[in-house]
Write a protein that binds this ligand. Structure first.
Ligand SMILES: Nc1ncnc2c1ncn2[C@@H]1O[C@H](COP(=O)(O)OP(=O)(O)OP(=O)(O)O)[C@@H](O)[C@H]1O
Ligand SMILES: [Mg+2]
Length: 440
């Protein structure tokens, strides 16, 4: 371990302890990760032990790195590291560090910004906010759970992800120009929330993602949460409507209430049509009440006021009635990818796989009608087939064959669906995700 790294951790703790105006957002994510303690506060004073520094940097040898320095000391009993003369440590740091280092750490920018011509405000703005930490999100969830049975029921209705846990980034998803623009727009809206409030545009920040299965709606919403560093709350409407109808309205309320508790966050409502569509087609009074509750909840939540970005998703836009439709300020279309997009998707998903003679453009031209999710399945098949032949290296032909098999299976499935004199089933949201076929 570098001694500068160790001294930096100690000085960060020192700055945090000495300046009550600093808070968790002034600590770098790696520092916070080691400091979180099952609560949403990082208590003062922070003591720095060898173990702590080693956790921050993921390396051994914290004390060995600094024992030669004339201003450091270690408590051999509990491993606490401290400065004997803090001013000496500060001078040494001024001498050894540089602007790049200080720019990665708000607490240090607060102390040493002037020495390195680094703006504290800019460093804070660049630092990942605490709400993005898995530890922060999960302790908040624990806190809510502590509030009793109601809270427990509320949490059973949703999946919660911390931004730090989201693996697929926006760069891994191939978007149309229009989708790129929408994403850009939301990011700007979030950045300028205060301004939007001032000018009275508080109804902004509700998106509806529309498109066939497997076109990247869920992935994009999740990636946005990673990029915007906001926790992600996912709810499938079919899950909360499959219980007693009277319960459904309550569940809807609970989900929105939870979103407000977890704000700032993204609330992602999948299978949006499974409830909204029923308004016209079904007389059932309880069902109507449910839909009305949902619409009212949507009206009552706001990005500007509550810091909740609402994203709905649907495969069946036609089923949505106008009342639901007009509540979204942006409709983002997720079409099945065209040839060029398919080629790009193929390049991304095959990135870590070794494929001889691979020609993404050619494969793209032979996969008309396949979605991103279909292409993933094709790759998976090809990889598994190769593995059964004890190969971890694929060829372009393996992929071509996997596409053919995929098409065959898809045709079989469609045939089957036509033969079943399919009764109109009331559910309508029971499509098969894993097969990734289109619904017509
Ligand atoms: N445009 C794309 N670029 C890259 N990957 C994609 C794209 N579209 C889909 N995928 C991949 O396909 C998989 C499924 O996508 P996702 O779950 O986001 O689809 P969806 O639109 O939410 O589908 P559904 O309507 O069935 O919920 C993901 O692993 C995703 O990475
Ligand atoms: Mg989805």
């Amino acid at each position: 371990m570098e001694r500068l790294d160790v001294v930096e951790v100690m000085l960060t703790a020192e700055a945090y302890n000495e300046n009550p105006e600093l808070d968790e957002d002034d600590l770098p994510p790696r520092f916070r990760k080691a400091a979180w303690n099952g609560e949403r506060k990082i208590e003062r004073p922070l003591t720095v032990t060898e173990d702590f520094v080693e956790e921050v940097h993921g390396e051994e040898g914290a004390w060995e790195a600094i024992e030669e320095l004339p201003f450091t000391d270690r408590d051999t009993l509990d491993g606490t590291l401290r400065f004997t003369v803090t001013d000496l440590a500060r001078d040494w740091y001024r001498d050894q560090a540089d602007a790049d280092r200080v720019s990665l750490n708000p607490a240090l920018a607060y102390e040493f910004g002037d020495d390195f011509d680094v703006s504290y405000d800019e460093v804070v703005a660049e630092n990942r906010p605490k709400e993005a930490d898995a530890e922060w999100v999960h302790s908040l969830v624990e806190e809510i759970l502590g509030e009793g049975e109601d809270a427990e029921e509320m949490l059973e209705l949703v999946e919660i992800y911390a931004p730090a846990e989201i693996e697929q980034g926006l760069d891994d998803i191939v978007l149309t120009d229009e989708q790129e623009k929408e994403v850009e727009k939301v990011m700007k809206a979030i950045e300028h929330r205060d301004y939007l409030r001032e000018v009275g545009l508080s109804e902004i920040g509700k998106l509806l993602f529309v498109g066939p299965p497997g076109t990247g709606k869920t992935s994009t919403a999740k990636a946005l949460s990673g990029r915007l560093e906001l926790p992600f709350i996912e709810v499938k409407l079919s899950m909360i409507t499959s219980q007693y109808l009277g319960e459904t309205a309550k569940n809807v309320d609970k989900v929105f209430e939870l979103a407000k508790m977890l704000s700032p966050c993204i609330l992602f409502i999948d299978e949006f049509d499974s409830i909204a569509k029923t308004r016209d087609s079904d007389e059932h009074a309880a069902l109507k009440r449910t839909v009305n509750t949902l619409l009212k909840s949507i009206d009552d939540i706001s990005l500007v006021r509550d810091s909740v970005l609402l994203i709905g998703a649907t495969n069946h836009p036609k089923m949505l009635d106008y009342a639901a439709w007009r509540r979204f300020d942006e409709i983002v279309e997720f079409p099945a990818p065209d040839e060029e997009m398919r080629a790009q998707i193929l390049r991304i998903i095959t990135h870590d796989v070794e494929i001889e003679d691979f020609d993404a453009d050619e494969l793209a031209s032979e996969t008309e009608g396949l979605t991103g999710s279909d292409l993933r399945l094709v790759l998976r098949e090809a990889v598994l087939d190769a593995l059964t032949n004890d190969r971890t290296k694929l060829t372009h032909d393996d992929l071509v064959r996997a596409v053919e098999n995929f098409e065959k299976r898809k045709n079989l499935k469609e045939l089957d669906m036509m033969e079943e004199s399919s009764p109109i089933n009331g559910g309508g949201h029971d499509h098969d995700h894993s097969a990734g076929t289109h619904q017509h």
